[in-house]
Design a protein around this ligand. Structure first.
Ligand code: SAH
Ligand code: SF4
Ligand code: F3S
Length: 472
């Protein structure tokens, strides 16, 4: 495997140093006879959820127990998202409130990490207006959390660590998984696409694929742990392997994972339409463990808008892709992301988005109103439409999709589906909930012992948001 470039790989020795520091901190806590409490608050996408599992793994190794209370916590780590202004505002609001908890508990440590924290403007804002924050670090410094916390405990003054903006790869970090039969598995980091509205490439660095051997080992370990549902994560999983050997691509990886023994489902997100194609669909159709679901964000239906978004496909190209996917998998579940009110998008151009919805009939959609992100090209573009005008479009879009989702769900009634029962819920009639392979929520009656198991159910009724089933 000679062609593989050296890609800011953190050496095993450097990772080992972090593990040693974690043990050192745990010993200190033990000697003091305390079990400190940590609160990890996570915003944003699955990538952040996965990073928070690493944070919790490190904290466990450092002797921390966990709490959901800001008041009780000795250490608060806020893992942030920068994708829209609303996400950032929520974080600032919550960080602002911590002034009060810290006043009552001056030894409390407050840490801001994740995508927002990678931006220089955020470190500056903390410096001037949020002086109760002790440590700011970006995603590329996650691997050295023990070292950063040790410095915090032994040095005075605030620490900011946002170096290596291109990103690193660190392997063998600890992880404390959220309980349940499902797991996240990062296969690649970063993004090279620079969609003109998006902050992710600036805060998550360049695309870096993990070595396939590592990923396959992780899958084997998760399956041995009883995990039944593994979601492979990357900003654009379809470009997996571009920085590895020529023979390695995402479809190949799916096949390798599919060949691993055990009863489990393979999901993945997110797929970029410009890199998806027949090879992927053919592989998905053939691999029995791969969920027949693809989340394929279209973002907008109009080709001119797609071009200014720098998406790399046209309306017709997208529709052809959907036709191809359905040719290989007639019952495939399709979901997507849409941005309403991209700068300069006219009412007429927005109609193309509605037309795509009507033609494709997505099972579900994630819809957003454009949010200018400072440093991205779209933030500088003329944006003549008001927020109120965009809201009208947004409401039309969601109304149309709700109709479509309801109809798609109605089609399940009377059919049998295999679901993974993933949790109990607070509902006397339907105390269990599960998901179909396509990710549709199913409520059902049954014994708690079913949690974590696959089950055959017959769908007896449906609404816009969920299905109701009975065990067969
Ligand atoms: N890498 C994934 C998604 C990343 S962000 C992809 O390419 O599909 C998740 C979603 O947030 C995007 O698909 C997009 O719909 C939305 N989004 C990203 N930047 C945005 C912005 N500036 N304003 C509004 N929505 C945005
Ligand atoms: Fe953002 Fe585009 Fe990369 Fe997705 S593909 S993370 S939308 S730049
Ligand atoms: Fe947000 Fe970062 Fe994910 S910006 S959407 S948490 S990659």
């Amino acid at each position: 495997m000679s062609k593989r470039p050296k890609r800011n790989q953190i050496s095993p020795a450097d990772v080992a140093v972090q593990r040693d520091i974690a043990i050192e901190i745990a010993t200190l806590h033990r000697e003091k006879g305390v079990t400190p409490l940590a609160f990890v608050d996570t915003y944003g996408c699955q990538q952040n959820e996965s990073d928070s599992e690493t944070i919790r793994g490190y904290l466990r190794d450092m002797g921390y127990a966990f709490t959901d209370s800001e008041v009780e916590a000795d250490l608060i780590i806020i893992n942030t998202c920068a994708v829209r202004e609303s996400a950032e505002n929520r974080v600032w609001g919550n960080v602002g409130n911590l002034v009060h908890t810290k006043r009552d508990k001056p030894e409390q440590l407050i840490v801001l990490c994740g995508c927002m924290a990678q931006q220089e403007s955020v470190a500056k804002k903390v410096e001037t207006s949020f002086r109760h924050v002790d440590l700011v670090f970006g995603p590329h410094a996650l691997w050295k959390l023990p070292e950063l916390l040790k410095r915090l405990m032994t040095e005075s003054g605030r620490i900011v660590e946002i170096s290596n903006p291109e990103g690193v790869i660190a392997e063998d970090l600890p992880s404390l998984r959220t309980e349940g039969p499902s797991a996240w598995l990062t296969i690649m980091y970063g993004c090279n696409n620079y969609c003109s509205y998006c902050i992710v490439p600036y805060v998550r660095g360049r695309e870096r694929s993990r070595e396939p051997e590592r990923i396959l080992k992780d899958v084997e370990r998760l399956v041995a742990d009883g995990v039944k549902d593994i979601t492979l994560l990357g900003q654009n999983v379809n470009s997996y392997g571009h920085d590895l050997d020529d023979s390695i691509d995402f479809a190949w990886l799916l096949e390798q994972i599919n060949a691993i023994d055990g009863e489990f489902l393979i999901r993945f997100m997110t797929s970029h339409p410009k890199d998806a194609g027949e090879r992927l669909f053919e592989t998905m159709a053939r691999c029995e463990k791969v969920a027949k679901h693809i989340h394929l964000p279209v973002q907008a239906g109009n080709t001119r808008v797609l071009e200014t978004m720098n998406r790399g496909y046209t309306k017709e190209g997208y529709l052809d892709l959907i036709t191809a996917a359905r040719r290989y998998m007639p019952d495939i579940i399709l979901t997507s992301d849409i941005i309403v009110g991209f700068p300069g998008e006219t009412d007429e151009e927005f109609e193309d988005t509605l037309d795509v919805l009507n033609q494709v009939q997505f099972d579900a959609l994630f819809t957003f109103i454009f949010s200018p992100r400072s440093g991205t090209p779209a933030a500088e573009m003329d944006d003549p439409f008001t927020r109120a005008e965009k809201q009208v479009r947004f409401d039309r879009l969601t109304a149309l999709q709700n109709d479509i989702s309801t109809r798609r769900h109605q089609d399940y009634v009377g059919k049998r589906v295999r679901i993974l029962v993933d949790a109990v819920q607070d509902d006397a009639r339907y105390p269990l909930k599960g998901r179909t392979a396509g990710g549709r929520l199913v409520r059902l009656a049954g014994d708690e012992a079913l949690v974590g198991e696959f089950a055959e159910v017959e769908i007896v009724s449906a609404s816009t948001w969920s299905l109701t089933g009975e065990l067969v």
